[in-house]
Design a protein around this ligand. Structure first.
Ligand SMILES: [Zn+2]
Length: 259
């Protein structure tokens, strides 16, 4: 099948992913041997990219092409001497002549609304995943540094008489000011949270952050000021959001160098 140079509307449709069947094959066959039309397609892709259509591979909204064709028919000049009935397969050739700039703009605005909405949602999901992956990667790297350092200490945190059942483990490196907490405690009562504390050799306890009751399979990395020698680690029960200093009962306690 031979073909003259592709018309801009076809290229816009192609760039939108809305051209299919024989039309698509013919256009691709032509472009394979026509650098001029490949450049036109690149320009069409840039136009669509400007309105948020750049990301592959988005399915065009259903009805996009039909809506376009209907508008094209409506836009045909009233005096145009065209047959009242056209074979369905030929309608795109009418489109070629009647699809004006205003119509193309309307199409792109219509498509932009739908595509931009999809893109926004997808973009948000990708951002969230990326942040999670980045966070996980940073945490994993920190865990490797902490567990791999010869001067890291491992501390077992044990449940306290009268308190909820639980146990936890802290690997702490004073030089780095970092540690890893993993453990499991009975769920905190409503309105309360568990908070982890570093008890220094001298001075007041330092918050090492909130911990979930079930942190068995999701260790958390603590980032503290470096150079603080620890005497103990403790988990206390605190109001939601945590406290600057411990106020609640000690739930788990582990002494450093306890043997
Ligand atoms: Zn060409």
């Amino acid at each position: 099948m031979t073909m003259e140079h592709a018309n801009p509307e076809d290229l816009d449709l192609y760039a939108l992913g809305a051209l299919d069947g024989e039309d698509k094959q013919a256009l691709e066959a032509h472009m394979a041997s026509c650098a001029a039309c490949r450049r036109q397609l690149a320009a069409a892709r840039q136009r669509t990219a400007l309105i948020g259509l750049s990301a592959p591979p988005l399915a065009p909204p259903p009805g996009l092409k039909n809506a376009l064709l209907q508008q094209a028919r409506a836009a045909r000049p009233a005096g145009a001497s065209r047959p009242a009935l056209k074979p369905a397969g030929k309608i795109r050739w009418g489109l070629r002549f009647s699809l004006g700039f205003a119509l193309a703009s309307a199409l792109l605005a219509f498509a932009a609304f739908e595509f931009a909405r999809q893109d926004l949602e997808r973009g948000r999901r990708i951002e969230q995943l990326q942040a999670q992956v980045d966070g996980d990667a940073a945490a994993l790297q920190a865990m490797g540094q902490i567990t791999g350092a010869p001067d890291s200490a491992e501390i077992a945190l044990l449940e306290q008489p009268g308190g909820p059942p639980g146990q936890a483990r802290v690997v702490y490196n004073a030089r780095m000011g970092m540690g890893i907490y993993s453990g499991q405690i009975a769920p905190a009562p409503a309105g309360k949270t568990y908070q982890l504390w570093l008890v220094p050799a001298s001075g007041a306890p330092v918050s090492a952050g909130l911990v979930d009751a079930n942190q068995q399979n999701g260790a958390v990395v603590m980032r503290l000021a470096p150079g603080v020698a620890a005497k103990a680690f403790a988990v206390t029960l605190e109001p939601l959001g945590g406290m600057p200093q411990p106020t609640g009962p000690k739930v788990l306690v582990g002494l450093v160098n306890a043997g």
